[in-house]
Design a protein around this ligand. Structure first.
Ligand code: IMP
Length: 200
């Protein structure tokens, strides 16, 4: 069975490849389809965005498609930045500006109200297939950045059960517990049953 990942992001492709290793599937990425350009993530929810990307790629390739969308949901901010995580600080958003904006909005918020969670939503779309897998990691937002690994909001997020941020973890540890890993484990189960139902 062939599966196309709706991303050009090499880092994501490698992570997904690692987690799905062992399944009887041939994994392709959008690098095999250079004619497919950026698909706009203009939905109001992570689910909508992930599904939109998977549907678009399936329509163009006719190959079972897997797309993800991730957001950081901060309780004290009513779930923001959420679906707007990538562009939280505006048009010219960078990871650093996003982090600064988040810290600014959280200024003065006491420790017990700094709860947040990362949510990763994966949509799998194919002929007659329309599935969603969700992975969440609860944690908290600290008051100043710590650590240099990873990307995005990693230096500000401490997952429950740990005292270090995602950015202080090596990639092996982060990838073993992350929101994306959790969603991918569920996606793996869905793909596994599709492989056994369809054969190769
Ligand atoms: P995407 O849907 O994977 O592109 O993620 C959207 C945005 O969420 C990214 O631009 C990052 O700001 C943030 N994000 C996603 N995954 C992570 C993560 O594992 N650590 C930190 N930030 C992340």
């Amino acid at each position: 069975m062939r599966v196309v990942l709706a991303t050009h992001n090499r880092h994501k492709v490698e992570e997904i490849r690692d987690i799905l290793a062992g399944l009887d599937i041939e994994l392709l990425s959008l690098d095999s389809f250079p004619e497919i350009t950026e698909i706009e993530e203009d939905g109001e929810t992570l689910e909508e965005n992930a599904r939109k990307k998977a549907v678009a790629v399936f329509d163009l390739t006719h190959i079972l498609s897997l797309a993800d969308d991730t957001g950081l949901e901060v309780e004290a901010l009513g779930g923001r930045p959420g679906v707007y995580s990538a562009r939280y600080s505006g048009e010219n958003a960078t990871y650093q500006r996003n982090n600064e904006k988040l810290l600014g909005e959280m200024k003065g918020v006491p420790p017990e109200r700094r709860k947040a969670k990362f949510r990763c939503v994966i949509s799998i779309i194919g002929g007659g297939v329309d599935e969603i897998a969700v992975g969440e990691v609860p944690g908290r937002i600290i008051e100043s950045p710590r650590g240099t690994n990873g990307f995005g909001y990693d230096p500000l997020f401490v997952p429950d059960g740990y005292e270090i941020t995602y950015a202080e973890m090596d990639s092996e540890l982060k990838n073993s517990l992350s929101h994306r890993a959790r969603a991918l484990e569920k996606a793996k189960d869905i793909l596994k049953s599709l492989v056994s139902a369809r054969g190769r």
